[in-house]
Design a protein around this ligand. Structure first.
Ligand code: ADP
Ligand code: MG
Ligand code: ZN
Length: 628
């Protein structure tokens, strides 16, 4: 579209300049006086004319005094004859120098012709291009049943070939997929055995764990074609289009032979049927039906394999999961520390790394990061190094990128007012101080009041180990730390800012979990409420209340008790160490960021004992505190 506008402007400008040029030309013609033939005859008789140049029927006259004029002779008649007819004596004519020029009548004709036809030509060219573009647009619009599948692998882009080598971690998934690869490489071996090869493989896992990557790696490993289409692309305005695309996609793959058909975001079309708001037979359902029909239509020796990815397997239509369809399910988890290190290594390939790089340390500090996050982290570090005109990526850049990926970029432009800064400083100092004084809490790694992403300040802590199990006292310490920002503000200013909003939310959620899930309250070891939860996604979808109103009231009371106690703990620590709080806050206002070493110096030796991180073994950072 932009192109079209550019073209239009160009053509219009061209036309303008051309018409301008023609105008000028015409004017220069008109400058010469036009003299009639009889006038010319008189002038010759009066011997005013010095020279006449004839070209075609045009006469250029040169007068004795040097002026020029313009005239025309009669057609089909010699000039001298015409002049004699007009009463000029032949003798007078002989005194005039007469010159015949090569007739450039061609130009005389062409001139006006061009001035008429060139604009016309240009116009028609212009309309032609317009029309052509409109037509291709329309063709595309009408051709939507063609699946817009992208082809990679064998016949696609050989350079983009991805193999298992490019996928780190995910070893179990790779192991399971090796069978598929082997079948695609050598289908005969399996068919002779009479084995039934799975037609559909469903990859399940949270965003960014490498589902798409793995599917492409299977195709690359087996060296077959890879047709990729995203579920959301099936869903179009017009009913029937999605189904048409599915048909086309499967047919194309059949023509190619051994291939992988990859349907990304299967949940976009594969949702439970009959749950649509727009009635029973909407577009999505037709598309889904077509997928089922196509998969059922596979012959026994079919060498097409359908792979699909989703992060919402819970909402898939059960029909998709029946044998003969997506009966092979592979769960991809977020990488653990070893996996993270391997993924980092893969993404550091081909980048100039400084000698001080320690990917293990980066992996330690990035629990919960997906493969995509880690890829992003390495890229940020490279950008960072380039911006600083470094020739290599140093560990410093990598570590700084962790925070960037985690919290968003530093918002240098966001300038806190003096008052805001004081609030933020006391708030963060409160978190940090309480964290460092509770032995169950994790040591402080960094305190800052530099705004980052949505947070106006943050306190980073370092979990001593990456643990699956946590104890009640640790949870209580966590809640106290969460409420410390709130308490510090209240202590110093006698009022509370909105900065604690997110802390309160987190603390309350935690308290609820302690009561309802972990059985850590006085209500005893009972699980309250039934959750529709995706274990490997760590996401709660909905909650079903399985307890009475009375219990609900009791739970609310328990929550309040937990929060109250946490606040009391925080307050006690802060009151006892009021001086330290003031000093930390002052330092923060002055320096904005305090790193671990300096923090421990301020706190003094006494407490750094308990805050010391355990030697090595999975040290990680975690954002505990976000201020809005
Ligand atoms: P998903 O489809 O699960 O959302 P992708 O496959 O699109 O995730 O992964 C996004 C990017 O993250 C990949 O292109 C790759 O660069 C990186 N990535 C994710 N997982 C891994 C992994 N296990 N090994 C290497 N890179 C990975
Ligand atoms: Mg994907
Ligand atoms: Zn806070």
């Amino acid at each position: 579209m932009r192109n079209l506008i550019k073209k239009t402007i160009f053509v219009l400008l061209l036309l303008l300049t051309l018409s301008f040029a023609f105008n000028l030309l015409e004017q220069s013609f008109e400058k010469e006086k036009e003299v009639s033939l009889t006038q010319l005859a008189t002038d010759i008789n009066q011997e005013k004319i010095q020279k006449i140049s004839i070209s075609g029927n045009e006469l250029s006259l040169l007068y004795q005094e040097g002026t020029r004029a313009h005239s025309r002779k009669e057609e089909d008649l010699a000039l001298s004859q015409s002049l004699i007819n007009c009463g000029v004596s032949p003798e007078k004519i002989s005194r005039v120098e007469i010159e015949t020029k090569e007739s450039n009548s061609l130009w005389i004709w062409l001139g006006p012709l061009i001035s008429i036809f060139l604009p016309l030509l240009l116009f028609s060219f212009f309309f032609w291009t317009l029309l052509r573009q409109a037509r291709t647009g329309a063709m595309q619009a009408f051709d939507f049943t063609k699946a817009r599948a992208r082809l990679f692998g064998a016949e696609g882009h050989p350079k983009e070939k991805i193999t298992f080598k490019d996928v780190a971690a995910l070893d179990e998934a790779k192991e399971e997929l090796k069978e598929i690869v082997d079948f695609l490489k050598n289908p005969k071996k399996y068919l002779q055995m009479g084995a039934r090869i799975p037609r559909g493989v469903l990859l399940m896992g949270p965003a960014g764990v490498g589902k798409t990557l793995l599917a492409r790696a299977v195709a690359g490993e087996a060296n077959v074609s890879f047709f990729s289409i995203s579920g959301s692309e099936f869903v179009e305005m017009f009913v029937g289009v999605g189904a048409g695309r599915v048909r086309d996609l499967f047919a194309t793959a059949k023509r190619v032979g051994r291939s992988i058909i990859f349907i990304d975001e299967l949940d976009a079309v594969g949702r439970v049927r009959g749950a649509g708001i727009g009635g029973g037979h909407d577009e999505r359902e037709q598309t889904l039906n077509q997928i089922l029909v196509e998969m059922d239509g596979f012959e026994r020796d079919d060498t097409r394999i359908v792979m699909a990815a989703t992060n919402r397997p819970d909402i898939l239509d059960p029909a998709l999961l029946r044998p003969g369809r997506f009966d092979r399910k592979i769960v991809l988890d977020l990488p653990d520390i070893k996996g993270r290190e391997k993924i980092l290594k893969i993404h550091c390939r081909g980048k100039p790394l400084a000698l001080d790089i320690n990917l293990r340390e980066v992996a330690e500090r990035t629990p919960g990061f997906s493969g995509a996050d880690l890829a992003n982290l390495v890229n940020e570090a490279a950008l960072f190094a380039a911006r600083k005109n470094k020739r290599q990526i140093f560990q410093k850049e990598l570590l700084e990128s962790i925070e960037k990926v985690l919290l968003g970029p530093e918002r240098k432009s966001h300038i806190l007012s003096k008052k805001e800064k004081e609030f933020a400083a006391y708030h963060e100092a409160g978190h940090a101080l309480v964290a460092s004084h509770l032995p169950e809490s994790e040591p402080v790694r960094k305190v800052s009041i530099v705004a980052r992403g949505a947070a106006a300040g943050y306190t980073l802590k370092m979990p001593r180990e990456e643990r699956q199990i946590k104890t009640k006292s640790e949870f209580l310490a966590e809640m106290a730390v969460l409420l410390a920002g709130f308490s510090a503000e209240k202590m110093r200013f006698g009022e509370i800012s909105t900065g604690a909003t997110n802390d309160l939310k987190q603390a309350t959620e935690l308290a609820r979990k302690l009561i309802k899930e972990y059985g850590m309250s006085s209500l005893g070891p009972i699980a309250f409420g039934k959750k529709e939860e995706l274990v490997f996604l760590g996401k709660e979808i909905s909650e079903q209340r399985t307890y009475s109103e009375i219990v609900a009231a009791q739970i609310d009371k328990e929550v309040a008790k937990f929060i109250n106690e946490a606040q009391k703990t925080a307050q006690k620590i802060l009151t006892k160490r009021r001086k330290l709080l003031d000093r930390l806050a002052t330092t923060l206002i002055e320096k904005e960021t305090i790193e671990k070493e300096e923090f421990e110096k301020i706190i003094g030796e006494e407490k750094s004992e308990s805050a010391k991180p355990l030697p090595q073994k999975a040290r990680t950072i975690k954002v505990k505190v976000k201020r809005l």
